[in-house]
Ligand binder design. Sequence first.
Ligand code: ADP
Ligand code: MG
Length: 722
Amino acid sequence: MPNILDTEIQYLPGIGPKRADILAKEVGIHTFRDLLYFFPFRWIDKSKIYSISEVTPESAYVQVRGVIVKTTMVGGGHKKRFVATLQDATGSIDLVFFSGLKWITDKIKEKSEFIVFGKVSEFNGALNMIHPEVTPPSQAYAYGTGSMVGIYSTTEKMKSAGLGIKVITKFENTLLEKILPAIHETLPEDLLHRKSLCSLQFALKNIHFPHNEDSLLKARNRLKFEELFYLQLSLLKQKNVRMSHEGGLTMSKVGDNFNKCYNALPYPLTGAQKRVIKEMRADMMSGKQMNRLLQGDVGSGKTLVAVLLALIAVDNGYQACIMAPTEVLANQHLTSITKFLAPTSATVALLTGSTKAKGRKQILEDLAAGKINIIVGTHALIEDRVQFRNLGFAVIDEQHRFGVDQRSRLWNKGTTTKTTDKLANGDKPTDSSTLFPHILVMTATPIPRTLAMTLYGDLDVSVLDELPPDRKPVQTMHAWESQRPKVYAFMKQQIKAGHQIFIVYPLIKESEKMDYENLEAGYQSIIQEFKAPEYITAVVHGQQKTADKDFDMQLFAQGKANILVATSVIEVGVDVPNATVMVIESSERFGLSQLHQLRGRVGRGSEKSYCILMSGYKLSRESRKRLELMCGTTDGFKLAEEDMKMRGPGDLEGTTQSGLAIDLHIASLYQDGRILENARQTALKILSDDPLLQSPANQLLTRQIAVLRHQGKDATDYSQIS
Ligand code: ADP
Ligand code: MG
C-alpha cells in the first residue's frame, strides 16, 4: 500500500502544479512528508502586540497594530516600490513592498487598520518592514488553537508567488487535518515511556501549532531525540556489523625500525602521544581492522605518531602510506619523515600528481614489489594504477579534505587476497577472507569528543590534547588598517632578529578572482615596503604553476626568504619553526577554526611568536566576536566550543567550514549536546544487548532505520565528509 506521506505536494488542496514547482525549487518540498517535516524555525507569541516605539532591528519578527496614514509609490522600473506608513499611538513605521504591487495597492488603503507581522529593519535611519504580512484585525488569529505561531522560512520567490508564512501555515493545517490520524509511531512504546517522550502525533501537531510553550518544548524534544537517536543507532549498528564481519591484520611485533626511530628522537614523546600510540597499538594487535580518528590541535605532533605506527606496520612485514591533501604538505611530510627514518632501514618515497612519468613508473614498480616500505603522497595514491604488495596501514592527514569514498578506496588497496568486489561508499566488505589495512584519519579540527563520535560515528576517536612542552602561546593582536605602518615596523624588527613571517590573504570561492587581485596588490605593496635584496619575499597561491609554487615554498622553508605571501593554502600543515609572525589580512573574512589553523603555523619553535589579525573598519558583530576570541585564547578546543555557541542551528557555512557536512532536520549538534548524549547512551544500551538489532523486540527500530535509509537519511549519508 502506498504511503499517503509520499503523495506529491501538488495534490494538497490549494497547491497545484505551479506552486508545487516553486516549493520544490525553493525549499525542497516535494511530498506531503516534506511539508509535514518542514518545521517552523521560530515560534512567536501572537497574542503579543508590540507598540511601534518598542521595536528595533534587533527584535526580529514582531507584530504591531496601527492605521495606515500615508501610501506612496516610489521610484520606477526595477526599483519601483510601494511604501505604506503605519502609525500607532507611539510612533510610525514604513511597510515596503517591491512586488505584487497591484494586489497590495488594492489591499492597503489610507485610514485602514491592520495587524502587521514581519521582521524589522533599518533603512536610512528609519524603521521599516519589507514585505510584512498584513491582516485586518477582524481576520487575525485564523490558524491554530494556541497563541503560539510558527514562523516558516520563506524566500522572496515564494512570497511573490503567494507562498508567505501565512499561506504555508494554512497548508500545514490542511495537511495535518488530512493525515495526522494515519501517522504511525516510530519509537518503541517502552522507550517513549522510559524517556518521558510525547507521541509522534502529538509532536507533529505541536511543532506546527503549539498549544502552549510547554507542549512546544515537549514536541521539539521528542523530535530532536528521535533524530539523534536514529542517527546514533544506525552509525553504531553499522560499526557492529563491520566488527562482526571483518578480520584485521594482526601486528603484534614492535621491531627494530620502531625502536631505532624511537631511541633517536630529539625529544621525548608527550604524554598524549604515548597514550594515543598505545591505544592504536592495541587496535593493530587486536585482530580487528582499526578505523580511528586522531584529533589533535595544530602542532600537537600528529605526524610523529603516524610515523611510529607506520614503522610498527613495517616491522610486521607490511607497507604503509600517508596521504596528504596538498603537494606542499606531502613534500613537507616527506622531508620530516625522511629525518625520522634516518636511523632505520625503512625506505620511503613520494608520489604526487607532479611526479614525472619516469620516476612514477619506477615508484609504481617498487611499490608493487614491496621495495618501498612507506609511501607519502597526495590523491595520486588512490588512483587505480597504484598497487601495493601488501598495504597494512594507511594514514589520511587532515581528514576534512577527504571524503568517506576516498577512505573506502584506500581499503581496497589493502587486499591481501584478491577480491573482485569494489567497496562502494559506506558498504561493508563482503568477502570475509579479505583483510583491509588499518586506517588512521588525522584532523586538526578541534571538536568536542561527543560531536566527533557523532560525525565520524564509524570511527573510534583518539585525542592528542597536549602540546609539546617548549611551546609558548602565540600572542595575538587585532590591528586596524591605520595601524599598518606600525605592523610593518614590527615585521622589520622581527626579520632583523632572524625570524620569518607569513602574510595570508583570504581565498573564498565565490570571489576567487577578486581575492587573487587582493593578493597580487598586497604582494606588490609588500615588495615596495620590503625591498630586495635586503628583504626577500616569496609568494604562493593556487593559480601558480606547481614548479613556481614549490620553488617559492622551498625558498621560505629553507629560510632563504624572509616573508611568505600566500593564500590560505598554507593553512594545512606547513612547518617552518623559524617563522614567528603570522599576519592575516582581511581576517574578518575567515572563520574561527580557519583563523586558529593559520595561527598554528607559528609558535612551533622555541621563540616567542605573534599573530596579527588585520581588518577593515566595517566589522559585523560576529566578526568582532571572532577576533576577540582569537585574541583571548589559544586553546583550540575552547575556540571550537565558543564557535559552536555562536552559531545558530543549521549554519551550513559553519559546518562546511570545518568540513563537517551533516544534514539534521531539527536537532542541532551545537546546541543539543545533552539530548545527543542521551540519544547516544540509549542507542549504545540497546546495541549492547542486541548488537545487530536482530531480536524481534527491536523490529520497529530495524524497520525505521531501513525507512530512513530509503529516504536517503541514513548514517552513510550523514557521515559524508567533504
Ligand atoms: P601537527 O599535529 O600539527 O601535524 P606536527 O606533526 O607537524 O604537528 O608537529 C609540529 C612540530 O612539533 C614538528 O616540528 C615536530 O617535529 C614537533 N614535535 C612533535 N612531537 C614533539 C614532541 N614530543 N616534543 C617536541 N616537539 C615535537
Ligand atoms: Mg600536520
